[in-house]
Design a protein around this ligand. Sequence first.
Ligand SMILES: [Zn+2]
Length: 411
Amino acid sequence: MSDYSAFHRQTEARLLRYAAVTTQSKHYDGSWPTTACQRDLAKLLYDELRGLGLRAEYDEAHCVVYGWLPAAHVEEDRPIALVAHVDTAPDVKGWDVKPWVLRAYPGGDIVLNEAEGIVMRAADYPNLAQYVGQDLVLTDGTTLLGGDDKAAIAALMTLAEYYAAHPELPHRSICIAFTPDEEVGGLAQDLDLEKLGAKFAYTIDGDHLGWYQDQTFNAAEAIVTITGRSVHPATAKGIMVNASDLAAEFLTALPSKEKPQFTDGVEGFYYVTSLQSDCEHGEIRMIIRDFDRQNFRARQDRLLEIARSINEACGQERVLVTLNQQYRNMGDVLEQYPFLVADLEAAIRAAGLEPKSEPFRGGTDGSALSFRGLPSPNLSAGYENAHGRFEFVPVPSMAKNVEILIHLTEK
Ligand SMILES: [Zn+2]
């Protein structure tokens, strides 16, 4: 009988250690990694992997860490990569993080910071009720925790420790990789797939224990540039072309209910992220999201069609739509490799949980990796309330994830 009892203590100690290291990324301004501090954790993880006896490599320039566990006692090796990200989100304060553990959460409100009177109210966070009786890693209420994605890193390092300490156990070849800048669209672009040595991967990220994702949005950005003609309003008749009016016309032509605030599940949308205009010049920025490939294409065509019809009415090309492809639905790739999800579901069940999945209304590094030739579904890391001051990680969720990863790799 396998003994998994140490995972609780090991993952907890690791998360406390990793969360205290600042690794906040920032919006891209010309260089990757976006912040040098991410290397502090990368270097620590590299040293730790080597300390566990793994062959490891640290690509310091790109801030990517690799650690390899060669296959043991398996007839047919099926190498697999397991990927987590070192950065934390730029949304709220992410430095000076002071994680602490609440033992055996008794239920009800949690005082995060006595001095500042910061309380996590059970009424505001109904997910807390699922974790009564569990040890919770929390913040001091002034920063995020960074359980996203350090809960995954803690589980992966504990997996490495377990296999390193038990050479008698069978498992396939495993490459553990840690990458920067997931939160700001880095898309694991500097992960060297040749070096990795696996044809398939799982990213470990996302909230709630026992969940996984094999569908993400298709995503594009549209920049609508509008050229007007300014002239004194007193003598404008027949001369002025007001870019602001054309911008309004463009926006009015969009379907009024296909917006983030009116959609969920597998419904796609247009989201106008910014609008700036005066008479002479206008610019609309928007993002387009859809799970379905055809609908996604149709949404982009629709923008081109709106521009065409306005231009026709103007008798001149005044509206120009530029489309930038961002990421694609990993499901289009993963459907060719159904065993990846089957294996993952079996591993979650073997750990005593019922697997749950719903299409992810965003993108993951796995979306990009899948299209680069490394099909990569996502297993949840088990954190809660990510990207905020009320983020927390139930320690049993991390311990359970180590178990899931053992079942995923043991044959
Ligand atoms: Zn994440």
